[in-house]
Design a protein around this ligand. Structure first.
Ligand SMILES: C[S@@+](CC[C@H](N)C(=O)[O-])C[C@H]1O[C@@H](n2cnc3c(N)ncnc32)[C@H](O)[C@@H]1O
Length: 284
């Protein structure tokens, strides 16, 4: 099966369960800069959105693209927060349908701002005209992209001059430090995670910075928030140890179950420093 179909099938099968057990956001939580704040998981996920906006100094936006929108958690928040028009894209028809339903329920289903619409589209080849958006928001979808340069190139094409890209994405540790290239053990650790979550590969944060600059972006800034988000996985692991979650996982089929089996590997990867949580902001 092609990668895009695998990703679609994974999110089609797992999104309902994720929403039931974990809520509308399919991204990490923010637990304070060092990860010491003891927070409810859902609050931590909302705090991550707040922190990203504040870090990237995003205080206003009229037309926003949410690349890899899940079931619309960020998109609905951004539409309301900025009284904006938001378009969310995902590979999963189940997610797009559920996100549209949630937009209607939140009275954001119209065509006047604040509003949010959702489509099935591939972030590497979107159907939108050049310079359509003033903010592109991509929260934990970059790791799924098989061609990171094509992804950032498409974001650059879609942004208006002066428009901003905000990317939060899974990375591996930089390989230009004393630690050197990834070891075979590290690569095997990552491969397990790639297989379970249908990731082609991840890259180091400095590589994202280089690609953004090569794509024509300016004012590129990056930050490593691995410590801030690390407690998230222990929370997720704890929440799978309920009857509701176990039954849900068994019913959702092999894909979501495989995802659950690598939760510990994600937690270990983050705590060992192999897996990093990268932020990138850039201006067209
Ligand atoms: C981990 S979920 C994150 C969802 C959402 N951003 C959030 O924070 O709740 C990853 C999302 O990326 C989407 N995605 C992955 N590859 C994509 C692609 N090539 N084009 C569009 N969406 C993609 C998936 O369909 C899914 O919605």
């Amino acid at each position: 099966m092609a990668l895009a179909q695998q990703i679609q099938a994974f999110y089609d099968a797992s999104s309902g369960l994720w929403e039931q057990i974990w809520g509308e956001h399919m991204h990490h939580g923010y637990y304070g800069p060092q990860g010491y704040h003891r927070l409810n998981r859902r609050q931590a996920q909302i705090d991550l959105i707040d922190q990203c906006l504040s870090w990237a100094d995003i205080t206003t936006a009229d037309h926003i693209l949410d690349c890899g929108c899940g079931i619309g958690g960020s998109a609905l928040d951004l539409a309301q927060r900025f009284q904006a028009r938001v378009v969310g894209i995902t590979l999963s028809p189940v997610q797009a349908e559920r996100a549209s339903e949630r937009a209607r329920a939140a009275k954001l289903g119209g065509d006047r701002p604040p509003c949010a619409e959702f489509r099935v589209a591939d972030a590497l080849h979107t159907p939108f005209a050049d310079q359509s958006f003033d903010l592109i928001w991509s929260m934990e979808s970059g790791e799924h992209m098989p061609d990171k340069a094509a992804f950032l190139g498409e974001c650059h094409r879609l942004l208006k001059p002066g428009g901003k890209l905000l990317l939060a994405t899974w990375c591996h540790r930089p390989t230009d430090s004393l630690a050197g290239p990834l070891t075979p053990t590290e690569q095997r650790h990552l491969d397990r995670i790639y297989r379970a979550y249908h990731l082609p590969y991840v890259i180091a944060l400095p590589d994202y910075r280089d690609i953004a600059q090569e794509s024509g972006f300016t004012l590129v800034k990056t930050a490593d928030w691995s410590q801030a988000v690390a407690p998230f996985w222990d929370d997720v692991i704890a929440s799978t140890l309920t009857l509701e979650a176990v039954v849900g996982l068994l019913q959702a089929g092999p894909g979501p179950l495989q995802g659950a089996l690598v939760l510990r590997a994600m937690a270990q990867g983050l705590s060992s420093g192999l897996i990093r949580y990268g932020l990138l902001q850039a201006v067209r």
